[in-house]
Design a protein around this ligand. Structure first.
Ligand SMILES: *Cc1c(COP(=O)(O)O)cnc(C)c1O
Length: 431
């Protein structure tokens, strides 16, 4: 399959789309045709494992580019943790995407991507420089995912003081192949610096640069897998299925919409945003305009200029009405987020992290407006223990720390402060 840049340019092969991350015209890549799996496939999944379901989608998307045996190995190795669909009540499920090494859904994409890169780069020199702007969770997942891939150097940019202390540990303890840069700015500043590096022809001559943000198509494609997996786990497939997707940079939502194009029988998606708004404004008629990001309790979603909006617009041919038929957008305040955390705890004894709580609150809003019966699946995007202060503030009790998180607290952090300035990033990269 070939991939086109949402900014125009000619389609390129998978390898180029994957390794360059962003097209030279600054656009994000999208598959130039999305394969649709027939209803027999969707209805025939009942006893399939997560890896089988994932391979079916991976094969549809990548069969022409990666041989079956290698692709199966990549899927098997990437998905080495469960993704349970937890029942909250008769019509509400939580799809727990946080059982990977860094306890957030970004492990799925990062692990898959690292293995695809290892396959694409097998035996090649010079090594890759993987450049990542992170609002918190991506960087840790990428550092962990690439830890096992030989020859890659990972450079992480994160907004100093705007990630949780645990996230910061994950970002700064990735080992010798990982450089963490604490930027004096917001996530949007980090993202802008990364984009500027990709537009610097001289830098690109000297380094084999790639991105591991959700701007990279190899991170996005595997996120389709778990939407399909959730569908296979439903006990009542006749009821309309609605996914509530806690959204920041809109990568997860984009993957869901691609899965729908592949035939996933989902009735509707909810773009569940914090005060930054996500897709909400566009859906009600505003023109997309970058805004400075606002700080909220769901900090991994503090994105004022979501990159993947361009992909969603490309997918829907800029047809706002068509998009609004598939996606409803809600904006959830910090107070509502805390209240949702309390409601989940009270009603179901379920401890949710603030991002998942935004998904729950948005689903409740959707239900108030759309009372027809449906199954609501909330994407549970992070483990609550990643955000202990907020959980404690909401629930009035401490959250036990899983062993995996406790271990990284003992590792010494390695971090370099970086001014919010491209020349400084350039120096750090060429050093
Ligand atoms: C990144 C992240 C999100 C937002 O996902 P996008 O793909 O950027 O929309 C939501 N929740 C958590 C915990 C995250 O880390």
């Amino acid at each position: 399959m070939r991939y086109f840049s949402v900014n125009g340019g000619a389609p390129v092969p998978f390898r180029e789309a994957a390794l360059s991350g962003l097209a030279s015209d600054g656009g994000l890549y999208m598959p130039d045709s999305i394969p649709c799996l027939p209803p027999e496939v969707w209805n025939g999944f009942p006893s399939a494992s997560l890896r089988d379901v994932a391979f079916t989608l991976a094969h549809a998307l990548l069969a022409g580019d990666i041989p079956d045996a290698d692709l199966r190995a990549i899927v098997t190795d990437a998905l080495n943790f469960p993704i349970p669909l937890v029942t909250l009540d008769g019509e509400t499920r939580a799809l727990e995407l946080f059982h990977g090494p860094t306890l957030a859904f970004k492990d799925v994409g990062a692990r898959f991507m690292a293995r695809v890169f290892a396959w694409l780069q097998r035996g090649e020199r010079p090594p890759l420089t993987v450049l990542v702007a992170t609002s918190g969770d991506t960087g840790g997942a990428v550092a962990s995912g690439f830890g096992e891939v030989p020859g890659a150097r990972v450079v992480l940019l994160y907004p100093r003081g705007r990630v949780s202390p645990l996230q910061e540990r994950q970002l700064t303890t990735g080992g010798p192949s990982v450089t963490a840069l604490a930027v004096d700015g917001s996530f949007d500043d980090c993202q802008r610096l990364v984009k500027e590096a990709f537009r610097d022809p001289d830098l690109r001559q000297r380094l084999t640069l790639t991105s591991a943000n959700s701007i990279n198509i190899t991170r996005l494609l595997p996120q389709t897998f778990y939407y399909a997996w959730a569908w296979t786990q439903l006990d009542d497939r006749a009821r309309p299925l609605v996914f509530s997707v806690p959204s920041g940079n809109l990568g997860d939502l984009t993957a869901g919409l691609i899965a729908k194009r592949m035939g996933l029988p989902a009735a509707r998606f909810i773009a569940a945003a914090n005060a930054n708004g996500g897709l909400t404004g566009y859906l009600v008629g505003q023109e997309p305009a970058p805004r400075p990001s606002l700080r909220t309790l769901s900090s991994a979603m503090d994105v004022g200029d979501p990159s993947n909006l361009a992909r969603i617009l490309a997918l829907y041919g800029h047809d706002r009405a068509a998009l609004a038929r598939d996606v409803a957008g809600y904006t959830i305040s910090d107070d509502e987020t805390l209240e949702a955390m309390r409601a989940l705890d009270r009603r179901y004894g379920y401890t949710a992290d603030p991002h998942t709580a935004v998904g729950y609150a948005a689903l409740a809003r959707y239900r108030a407006a759309h009372p027809a019966p449906h199954t609501g699946v909330i994407l549970s995007t992070a483990h609550p223990a990643k955000f202990p202060d907020i959980c404690e503030r909401a629930l009035g009790r401490p959250i036990p720390l899983p062993d995996r998180l406790r271990a990284i607290l003992d590792r010494p952090p390695h971090v370099t402060p970086l001014p919010n300035d491209y020349a400084a990033l350039r120096d750090a990269l060429l050093w």
